[in-house]
Structure formats: structure tokens, C-alpha cells
Design a protein around this ligand. Structure first.
Ligand code: BTN
Length: 253
């Protein structure tokens, strides 16, 4: 089903393999307006970061991908898309769940009360070395009532004890994404990193991390730099690592 409002065009599907994959395929054939969205009630092959799968019960959560023209962006600045997406989701959740502890877990998970409530998968489409489109895929746990305990996940429903209107949330997400994307594309020096770091899980604290290969260690997080590298103090020594080298481990319970 295709729907549109004055400024919001989207396709609402019952089921799809992955909204990101569907939108990437669509972008090879058509040129939609900025912010065009593919929303689905269910995904058979929902994709997550690090090649993981993204699971969701049918018709209770937000599974959506948004297309943005990003030819204005140089590849080295690509981390600003993580900042925009994470801050958009964070802002919506802060509006809907006031008073809750909502933070960004680097590089772009959103935690509510130390459990994962949303994940973001950004995929960029290039023509040669030039960015053309970016697809921002967002999985937001809205009305799901239970999760596999190993996932350390939660939903808006679990936090607030009530059901939320997914369409209102989708529009709120779209509005915030559009707003931040317009600010950044209008002025590439517009700073979002301070806001990102201000809401960073573990900022200034000791957290547990795991290197690719499985070695775990503790470090005090110092923040994230413009390129998206995590800056940290490990036993008194400064280190900076990118997201392919290390991930933050959430303590269970
Ligand atoms: C992660 O935390 O690993 C990222 C999860 C991103 C999931 C969303 S759901 C909508 C979009 N389509 C996908 O296949 N993945 C993203």
C-alpha cells in the first residue's frame, strides 16, 4: 500500500525480506523524494549490524527504512549519518518516554534503562567514489511484550505499560530525520557530535568491551570522534578504535 501526506511518502508492506534491501532495490530503479520510507509489519530476513539478524514479532514494532540523497557528503564524513539517525531516534524516544534513561550505545544502538530499544543499520549507495543515496534502516521496539532474555532488549510498551500508535511514531521519526538531515546538508560544519557524545552510554565511565576475536577488556570511555572512532582510556593509556575492531558489552541484569 502506498501512502502519502503533504510531506511524507511511504510504502506500507505486510511482509518483506528486509526494508533496507527492498529500498536499495527500489533506488536502482526510481528516484524518490528525500525521506521516502519503506515500512513493513514483518521482515523475513531483517538485517542488523555486524551481519546479525534483526528479529521482531509481526505488526507490533517499527521496521522502516528511509532514503536520503547524500551526494553532498564526503565519504570521510559518513559518520554524521550515524549521529543524525541516532539523535533522531533518541529525540523521539525522549518525547514519548519522558524521565526514562535513554542513551546511544556506540555506534548506533539506542538503550532505554540499559536495554536495547532500537537499532539502526545505515547502508550507502555509491556511484564510483561518490555517495549517491543513504538508506537509514530503523528497528524500534514499540508494542512487543517479550524478548529472548539473551537479547537484553525492551520496548516502549514494556517501559511505559501502554501501547503506542506506530504511525504517529513513524511520522515523528521521519520529521526528526528530515530536520537533522536538512541542518547538516545545509551546513556541513553544523555540529551534532557534541549532542551525540552528551548522550553516549558509558561516557566518562568504565565499561566492558570486546575486541574482534573475543578478547574482553575494560576501559573508560572518553567519547567518539568525528570519524566515529571510540576514544578510550585503557589502564592509563589512550586508545582509539573503530566499530569493526571493538564493541561495547552490555552487562546483563
Ligand atoms: C542493529 O542493531 O543491529 C541494527 C538493526 C536494524 C534493523 C532495521 S529494521 C528495518 C531495517 N531493515 C533491516 O533489515 N534492518 C533495519
Amino acid at each position: 500500500m502506498e501512502s502519502s501526506g503533504p510531506d511524507f511518502n511511504f510504502i506500507h508492506l505486510d511482509t518483506v525480506n528486509s526494508t533496507n534491501s527492498y529500498l536499495i532495490d527500489l533506488l536502482s530503479k526510481t528516484s524518490p523524494t528525500d525521506g521516502f520510507c519503506v515500512f513493513s509489519d514483518f521482515q523475513t530476513e531483517g538485517r542488523g549490524q555486524y551481519g546479525r539478524i534483526w528479529q521482531s514479532y509481526p505488526a507490533v514494532n517499527i521496521l522502516a527504512s528511509f532514503a536520503y540523497r547524500t551526494s553532498w557528503l564526503e565519504e570521510k564524513q559518513v559518520f554524521c549519518l550515524n549521529q543524525i539517525s541516532a539523535l533522531a531516534v533518541l529525540g523521539v524516544l525522549q518525547d514519548y518516554l519522558p524521565g526514562e534513561d535513554i542513551v546511544i550505545k556506540w555506534p548506533n544502538d539506542i538503550l532505554c534503562n540499559r536495554k536495547k530499544i532500537a537499532g539502526i543499520l545505515i547502508q550507502n549507495i555509491f556511484r564510483g567514489s561518490q555517495m549517491q543515496w543513504s538508506v537509514v534502516g530503523i528497528g524500534l521496539n514499540v508494542n512487543q511484550t517479550d524478548f529472548d532474555p539473551s537479547l537484553i532488549a525492551t520496548s516502549m510498551r514494556q517501559v511505559a505499560g501502554l501501547n503506542f500508535d506506530r504511525m504517529l511514531l513513524l511520522r515523528a521519526l521521519h520529521d526528526r530525520l528530515n530536520h537533522l538531515m536538512a541542518l547538516k546538508s545545509g551546513d556541513r560544519n553544523f555540529d551534532l557530535l557534541d549532542d551525540y557524545n552528551a548522550s553516549l552510554f558509558g561516557h566518562g565511565q568504565k565499561v566492558l568491551l570486546e575486541k574482534t576475536g573475543g578478547i574482553r577488556f575494560e576501559a573508560v570511555l572518553l567519547g567518539v570522534d568525528e570519524s566515529g572512532n571510540l576514544r578510550m582510556n585503557v589502564d592509563g593509556h589512550f586508545q582509539s578504535m573503530d566499530w569493526s575492531m571493538v564493541r561495547i558489552i552490555l552487562p546483563a541484569g
